[in-house]
Design a protein around this ligand. Sequence first.
Ligand code: ZN
Ligand code: FE
Ligand code: FE
Ligand code: ZN
Length: 256
Amino acid sequence: MVATLGDYHVHALGHGEGEFTLGRLEEFALQAHKAGLAELGLAEHDELLHRFDGEVWASACRGNRPISLRLGLEVSFRPGRLREIRALATRYPFDYLIGSVHDLDGWPFDHPDYREGYQAWEIDELYREYFRVVAQAAQSGLFDVIGHLDLVKVFGYRSRRPVVELAAAALQAIADAGLAVEINTAGLFKPAAEIYPAEELLRACLARGIPITFGSDAHRAAEVGRELWRAAALARRVGYRSYVRFRRRRAELVPL
Ligand code: ZN
Ligand code: FE
Ligand code: FE
Ligand code: ZN
C-alpha cells in the first residue's frame, strides 16, 4: 500500500546526537526499504546544517539501493529570519524546504522543558498566534511544505473554537502560495496522540486544493516510516487521491 510513498521528514542527526556518516544514512535507507517506502527524504533541522556533510550525502546517493534519496531541510521559521533562510536555501541542492513553526517570540512551545509557558495564554489566542506565524511562513515564499501544521496541539492543549476556524487564514495563505502540508505521524507519539494535522484540518486542506507529503519525523533509524500507512489511510479516507514528490524544488503529483 505504501510502496510508492516517501518519508519526507527524517533527521539522521536527530537533535545532534546522531553522526552524519555513510553508515548511519545506510541504516536509515535500509529501514525505509523495510518499511516498504520508495523514497527517503532527509530533512535535517536547519540549526544542524553545519553538521551536514555534502560528500557523505553524495556517496549515499551514489549507492545502488532500491530507495531513492531526496534532500530536504526543516527550517524553523521565525519572521526575523527571512534573509538568513534565503541564504540557507542556496547552500545545497535541496529538493524541498519544510517550513516549521517551533517557537513563538522565542518560546519553544513544543519543548517539554518550556511547557509551563502555556499557562500564560488563553488557548484560542495561542492557536491564533501560532497560525498567524504559519501564515507568514507560507507567505514568505521560502518553503515548499509546511511542517506539522498543527504542532501547537503537541501537549494536548486543544482550542475551544474549532481549529479549522482558527487556522482558516493560514490555510488560505498555504493554498495561495501553492505549498503542500505534510501528514506527520510523530504526533501519535506525543501527548496529543494524533497525527499532524487533525483530520478536520486535513479535510479543510483538501477543500482548498492543498497537496500533501508524508513524514515520520524520525530522529532514529528505527522510526523511519513509522505509521506512514496510517497517514496514507487517513489521506485516502479524507478524500486525497494524490500526494507530491519534490525534486530540485519542483513538485510532481503521484497517485495515492
Ligand atoms: Zn526534531
Ligand atoms: Fe519540527
Ligand atoms: Fe523534525
Ligand atoms: Zn520536524
